[in-house]
Design a protein around this ligand. Structure first.
Ligand SMILES: [Zn+2]
Length: 130
């Protein structure tokens, strides 16, 4: 089946080139480039926003459950609470994520973030044993 599809694609492209003339590949390339630039422009002028729609009542009232983490949301209208859902996008809009990520990393590993940054033994491993 795959060879038939390949030959079909080649035959279709030859037909399109014959119908569109020798300038068609450049027109298609230009269209693809214009589409990519338009996509970048639209995305930068209209950046993504966090979805705060509550699944229970449908109001735009979701807030982060705990300001120290990026987990859990609570609805300020109906009180709907979900402790497991990610609130990463809400935190991204409201605060700097770096402090939360570093604090959670230290919490998961059981170490303080400062202890991770500094090695306990700074002596070089150059002991010669004979
Ligand atoms: Zn709600």
């Amino acid at each position: 089946m795959l060879p038939v599809l390949m030959f079909g694609a080649i035959a279709l492209s030859v037909l399109i080139l014959r119908a569109g003339g020798p300038d068609l590949p450049f027109v298609l390339l230009g269209a693809v480039l214009v589409l990519a630039l338009a996509w970048i422009l639209i995305s930068s002028l209209n950046p993504a926003r966090a979805d705060r729609t509550c699944p229970e009542c449908g109001e735009e009232a979701l807030e982060r459950l705990d300001p120290a983490t990026t987990r859990g949301v609570v609805c300020s209208r109906c009180g709907h609470t979900d402790r497991d859902v990610s609130s990463w996008y809400l935190a991204e809009e409201e605060t700097t994520l770096e402090e939360i990520v570093l604090a959670e990393r230290g919490r998961v590993s059981g170490l303080e973030p400062e202890k991770l940054a500094r090695p306990t033994d700074s002596s070089p491993n150059t002991e010669i044993t004979e």
